[in-house]
Design a protein around this ligand. Structure first.
Ligand SMILES: [Fe+2]
Ligand SMILES: [Fe+2]
Length: 470
């Protein structure tokens, strides 16, 4: 399963054997490059120390080297095929996985692929100006690594659209480059992907909370009976783990620096000393966590029940679940609102699958909080960061329209609005964060508001020349 880099489009799917498909993708390629030039990273660079996939196997799948970003070899890489693979859940459980799209599931599958595909270029668009304010060359390199890989994830979805969905697939592939994050006329499909990522605190929060939603969505598609989708997502998940590493360690390092300055100046508010105040970090967590929860959709969903029964979207770690994988007789407890208060209700398990996935995600998010609180504890500080109650600040699902505080207490709209500035970033908070965002492009140097990383990339030191600017 090594990757052919002689081809115009690097791939491990024997693209040269299907001339029609190859031509279709080669004619989409200039549109993609045009999009990258106009909507991709704005900071001019000579080259960047990037990893490129060279194999999809377990060992040594990536090659690292300095490349000009516009010459990055975006390609089509699917995880290895298991010829024996059987469908693990739903009404087709036990049947061989599909190598083609069954007619009856065609539009649902296309929809799921388009929604996933739409998020990938969206995040590149959201992050395009961050290079101008990078806290170090190491961080700048990580930003660009995330960007090129999100671009590759777009390729991954466009390959599926072109290869399996004929003409409407090609039209969807075009449309993925026409919608833009935050656009008035043609916005990205999901709300969180139209939010701004104006500063590096937002970037790290995005890669921690929103990319992590992506991890869970990809995890459910990896279970899909449609084998090419499953194999595509499996390899994307491998790349995705670095994005989450960037978020997790980015916030680690911010908390570390803030804690250091709090101790040094014996103060709760390290803002005047060149740090991001802990209270501001908490507000950013509150914001990014709650907009990411919205990405999981409603607590109950018949669509998702149908996807599961059809076999097109499974649960997180489907094969490790100890049940019959059909769920016809099972029930689940999900959130609801009763008499204006947070409550719960028992529903058929199939209807509660969004809640099931969200619960897995929430448990994963809590690990980050533990890490960051350990940093505070190690600094001898009593303060702790928390994730807010799931009813707080929601726009999707049963809690939309409810006015709940971060601890889950329902209050009046007036009370909520009077206090929202203590829970979510205010203009003043954002302005302070932005004032700290001064670029540091000198090798081995770092901005005031973040600690250096413990290790560099691929065994290189922190002061390595990760990026050559123009
Ligand atoms: Fe992605
Ligand atoms: Fe990602």
């Amino acid at each position: 399963m090594s990757i052919d880099y002689q081809e115009q489009i690097p791939n491990n799917v024997d693209l040269h054997e299907d001339r029609r498909l190859q031509r279709a993708l080669e004619s989409w390629q200039p549109s993609f490059l045009g999009w990258w030039q106009t909507m991709g990273p704005t900071l001019p660079t000579e080259d960047v120390y990037l990893r490129t996939a060279v194999n999809v196997g377990r060992e040594g799948w990536a090659h690292f080297g300095h490349v000009a970003m516009k010459d990055y070899r975006w390609g089509i890489f699917l995880a290895e095929r298991d010829g024996e693979r059987k469908i693990a859940f739903g009404q087709h459980k036990g049947e061989p996985a599909w190598q083609k799209v069954p007619g009856e599931y065609r539009s649902d599958l296309r929809r799921l692929i388009v929604i996933q595909g739409d998020t990938e270029p969206a995040s590149v668009e959201q992050q395009r100006n961050l290079g101008a304010t990078a806290p170090s060359l190491y961080d700048l390199r990580n930003l660009f690594q995330v960007n090129v890989e999100e671009g590759r994830h777009l390729w991954a979805m466009v390959y599926l659209l072109h290869a399996y969905f004929g003409r409407d697939g090609r039209e969807e592939a075009e449309a993925l480059l026409k919608r833009n994050s935050g656009s008035e006329d043609a916005p990205r499909i999901l709300g969180a992907f139209n939010e701004e990522t104006p500063d590096w605190l937002s970037f790290f929060m995005f890669t921690y909370f929103t990319d992590r939603d992506g991890k869970y969505q990809l995890g459910t598609l990896k279970e899909s009976a449609f084998d090419p989708l499953s194999r595509t997502c499996e390899f994307m998940l491998k790349e995705e783990s670095h994005h989450m590493f960037v978020g997790t360690t980015g916030i680690d390092r911010i908390v570390e620096r803030t804690a250091q300055l709090m101790v040094e100046h014996d103060t709760d508010d390290a803002g005047p000393h060149g740090a991001i105040p802990l209270a501001t970090i908490q507000k950013y967590i509150n914001f990014h966590y709650t907009v990411s929860l919205d990405l999981f959709g409603g607590e109950q969903s018949t669509n998702v029940a149908n996807y599961f029964t059809a076999g097109i979207k499974g649960r997180w770690m489907e094969e490790r679940r100890k049940d019959d994988h059909r769920l016809l007789d099972d029930s689940a407890v999900v959130d609801t609102v009763e008499d204006g208060q947070v409550a719960s209700v028992e529903v058929p398990a199939l209807l509660g699958l969004n809640s099931d996935l969200r619960a897995e995600y929430v448990a994963d998010c809590e690990n980050g909080l533990k890490r960051w609180n350990t940093v505070l504890e190690d600094a001898g500080l009593p303060q702790r960061l928390v994730i807010p109650h799931r009813a707080f600040n929601r726009k999707v699902g049963v809690f939309a329209g409810l006015h709940a505080t971060p601890d889950g207490t329902v209050v009046s709209k007036q009370d909520w609005e009077a206090q929202v500035g203590t829970w979510l970033p205010t203009d003043a908070d954002k302005a302070h964060v932005r004032s700290l965002m001064q670029p540091v492009y000198e090798r081995g140097k770092i901005a005031s508001w973040i600690a250096p990383p413990r290790n560099g990339i691929n065994g290189k030191p922190f002061d390595y020349d990760y990026v050559h600017l123009v």
